[in-house]
Design a binder for this molecule. Sequence first.
Ligand SMILES: [Zn+2]
Length: 299
Amino acid sequence: MTSADHRQLSCCLTFDFDAMSLWIGSFGSNNPSTISRGEFGAVALPRILRLLRKHDIRATFFIPGHTLYAYPDLARRIGDEGHELGHHGWVHENPADFDRDGERRNLDRGLEAFERVVGERPGGYRSPSWDFSPNTIELLLEYQFVYDSSCMGNDFHPYYLRKGDEWSATEPYVFGEITDLVEAPVTWGLDDFPAFEFVSGRGRGLSAPSAVEEIWRGDFDYAYENCSGGIYNLTMHPQVIGRGHRMLMLERLIGHFRSRDGVVFETLGSYVRRWKTDNPVNQWKAANRIYVGPDTKSG
Ligand SMILES: [Zn+2]
């Protein structure tokens, strides 16, 4: 194997292009000023595409159906520039607010928007605000998604999601059945929204980029040294990261990631498909690997 083939760490920059849907769906806002915060996402998006083009990086964009209809040209442009597009709900609703049929309708409306606007069906899913209902995993399997990116059961290694886990406050946790739905895990520490976005009554936001840069760089450096073959999955939002001082931070971080030998930038979909081949689900099922990560292999 040449050093060019050696993938020490895959860097997946992901952008949730929520636009107005975030404020309408998650925050239930009826306030035109609040909703206009989402419009800035469409202003920031071309800046992000320019930065990615400059560094020859392919990224993954998760887009609600509502945003696909609001900005069809931008959505198509993201795909035309070689990036991956993933499902992100209908209007940034919380799946847990719906029964199984209601959740199915939201998935359908998102898929319908993909079909109409970009003419393709996404293989990846990220739930709005990373929220799941107890039915979500079964529905994602029913809709034949290849992977999800909303759960937090590992940091820098994917795993197979289970269905049928049972829990209560009085009984021991019961692990369900391993499925072939891959999870590309996330974490709030590697998300720009809580650190930067000011939302009245929900914590401070508006962090100095130096503080966020320290966290993001620290996790990257740890993953690079300790989680060979893993994935560094960074979640950003055009309307958040697109502010000037944060764009400068992102470009500095890209330079840092780039400087390490064996770091590749790729989409979540590209990483996950390779991982799935290298980690057949049948092996996981045979070993009943409910506790996940390469540490279990090495002992
Ligand atoms: Zn979102």
